[in-house]
Design a binder for this molecule. Structure first.
Ligand code: TRP
Length: 445
C-alpha cells in the first residue's frame, strides 16, 4: 500500500491534542485521584510525578519514535526496526493489538456507565425518574446497551479516518474538556469542606509510604500515558518528519500529568464536600471506603444533595468524563484497525465494522459474566500484559534497533539533538534503567 494513502495528522497541535486525548482518560480523572486519596495524598502525587518523568516519558519517546520511523502499523514498524527478528516483531505487535482490544472491551463498559450517568443527570433535570433509575442502576441489559452505544460512537470517529475522525474530534473535544474542568473546580472550591480535601491532596502523608505505593504509581503512569500496547506507536506513525519527538512527547506527558493533577484538585475536595453533606466516604480508620464506587455513587450523591444546581454540575462532570473516555477509546480501536487496513488490505470502514463487532462481542461476554470476568480482564491486561509488552518494546528500541538509525530518526525535526542533554541520557536510559524499573514492577506486584 502506498505511503501517501495512509492517514496523517495535519498539524502538530492536532497531533498533540490527539495524543493527549488518548492519554487523558478515565485513568486521569478517576484512577489517579482515587489512588491519591487512598495512598497518602501528596505522597502519591510526588511518586507519580517521578514515575512519569523517570519511566513513562522515556518510553513514550521510544514508542513514538519506532512508529514514526516505520510509518506503518505496529507489526510493520516493529519489523522495520528489527529486520532479523521478524517472528519476534510480529509477536509483540500482535500481542499489543490483542491486549489493547481487551482493554477497550472493559473500558467501553465503564464508559457506557458514563453515558448512562450523563444522560441520567440530564433527565433528572426534567424529572424523568424511571428512565434515570434504569440508566444509572446496575443491570445486565443496561450495561450491554450503553456499552454498545459507546462503542458505536468510538467506531464512528475511527471510521472517519485519522485527519477527519481522530484529529478533528480530539481537537474539538479536548478544549471543551479543559473549560468544563475549570468551571467545575471553580464551583467545588466554593463549597464547604473543599479545603479539607485540598489539604489532604497537597500535604503529603509519609506514613503511607510503601513499595506497593511505588508500584501502583508506576502502573498508573503507564496506563495513563497509553504505553505498552502500541497505541502511541500507531499515533507516531501518522506524524510527519518535521516534528521534534522528544519535545512533542514532553508536551503530551505534561498535558496528561497536568490533567491528572487538576482532576485531583476536583475529586479530592469533592469527596470532602460530599462528606460534609453527609455522604459516607471514609471508614473509621480513615481509609477510603470503596474506591470503585467513588465516581458513580459518592459524587452523584453529592451532586444530588446540592439540588438543581447540583444536577447541572453533574451533567458537566459526566460530559468531561465521557469526552476523556472517547478520545482514549478511539486510540485503542485505531491499533487493530491500522493493522487490518495495511496487512489485510481492507478499507477503513470494513476494518472498523468487523473489529468493532468482535470487541462488542467480547465486551458482551464480560457483561454477562460480570462478577467473574470484569476484574479479571482489567487485572490481566493492565497489571500484567501491558507492562510486559511495554518491556519488550523498550528492549527492542534500546538493544535491537541500531543506535545510529535511532539518532537519524530523532534528528529529523530535532537536528541539533546531539548537543542536547536528551541524547546524552536517553539511549542508555532506555537500554538499562527502564527495563530494570519495569522488572521491579513485576517483582513487587
Ligand atoms: N490513557 C488512557 C487513560 O488514562 C487510557 C488509554 C488509552 C489506554 N489508550 C490506551 C490505556 C492504551 C492503555 C493502553 O484512561
Amino acid at each position: 500500500m502506498a505511503v501517501s494513502s495512509r492517514g496523517h495528522f495535519s498539524s502538530r497541535l492536532g497531533f498533540i491534542l490527539a495524543a493527549a486525548g488518548s492519554a487523558v482518560g478515565l485513568g486521569n480523572i478517576w484512577g489517579f485521584p482515587t489512588q491519591a486519596a487512598s495512598n497518602g495524598g501528596a505522597l502519591f502525587l510526588i511518586i507519580y510525578l517521578l514515575m512519569v518523568f523517570l519511566l513513562a516519558y522515556p518510553m513514550l519517546v521510544a514508542e513514538l519514535t519506532v512508529g514514526r520511523y516505520g510509518q506503518s502499523n505496529p507489526i510493520r514498524s516493529l519489523k522495520s526496526v528489527w529486520p532479523n527478528g521478524k517472528a519476534g516483531a510480529i509477536a509483540v505487535g500482535v500481542a499489543g493489538m490483542v491486549v489493547v482490544s481487551l482493554i477497550l472491551s472493559f473500558y467501553a463498559i465503564v464508559a457506557g456507565w458514563l453515558v448512562g450517568s450523563f444522560a441520567g443527570s440530564g433527565l433528572e433535570l426534567v424529572g424523568a425518574s424511571d428512565a434515570v433509575s434504569w440508566l444509572t442502576g446496575f443491570s445486565t441489559p443496561r450495561n450491554l446497551i450503553l456499552m454498545v452505544v459507546f462503542m458505536l460512537m468510538t467506531m464512528y470517529v475511527v471510521q472517519s479516518g485519522v485527519t477527519d475522525g481522530i484529529e478533528k474530534w480530539s481537537s474539538r473535544l479536548m478544549p471543551i474538556l479543559f473549560v468544563l474542568f475549570v468551571l467545575l473546580i471553580g464551583y467545588i472550591f466554593t463549597q464547604p469542606g473543599a479545603m479539607e480535601g485540598l489539604k489532604m491532596y497537597l500535604v503529603p502523608d509519609f506514613d503511607h509510604f510503601s513499595a506497593e505505593v511505588v508500584v501502583s504509581a508506576m502502573g498508573q503512569a503507564f496506563f495513563s500515558l497509553s504505553l505498552g500496547v502500541c497505541a502511541m506507536m500507531v499515533y507516531g506513525s501518522y506524524l510527519n518528519k518535521e516534528a521534534n519527538l522528544p519535545k512533542t512527547a514532553a508536551q503530551v506527558a505534561c498535558v496528561d500529568t497536568g490533567v491528572a493533577f487538576i482532576a485531583g484538585l476536583l475529586i479530592l475536595p469533592a469527596m470532602f464536600v460530599a462528606k460534609h453533606n453527609g455522604v459516607e466516604i471514609f471508614s473509621d480508620s480513615g481509609e477510603l471506603l470503596s474506591s470503585d464506587t467513588l465516581v458513580f455513587q459518592v459524587l452523584p450523591a453529592m451532586f444530588h444533595s446540592m439540588g438543581t444546581i447540583g444536577e447541572l454540575i453533574s451533567v458537566l462532570f459526566f460530559a468531561v468524563m465521557l469526552i476523556a473516555a472517547l478520545t482514549s477509546s478511539i486510540s485503542m480501536l485505531e491499533v487493530p484497525v491500522a493493522v487490518a487496513i495495511e496487512e489485510l488490505n481492507q478499507s477503513r470502514k470494513l476494518a472498523v465494522s468487523w473489529i468493532g463487532a468482535i470487541i462488542m462481542v467480547i465486551s458482551g461476554i464480560i457483561v454477562f459474566n460480570f462478577g467473574d470476568l470484569f476484574g479479571l480482564v482489567i487485572k490481566l491486561t493492565t497489571v500484567y500484559a501491558q507492562p510486559i509488552i511495554g518491556l519488550f518494546i523498550t528492549l527492542i528500541a534500546g538493544w535491537v534497533w541500531h543506535r545510529n538509525q535511532v539518532l537519524k530518526e530523532l534528528k529529523q525535526g530535532y537536528p541539533e539533538i546531539e548537543q542536547g542533554l536528551f541524547w546524552k541520557i536517553w539511549p542508555t536510559y532506555v537500554r538499562v534503567v527502564c527495563p530494570i524499573l519495569m522488572v521491579m514492577v513485576f517483582f513487587f506486584s
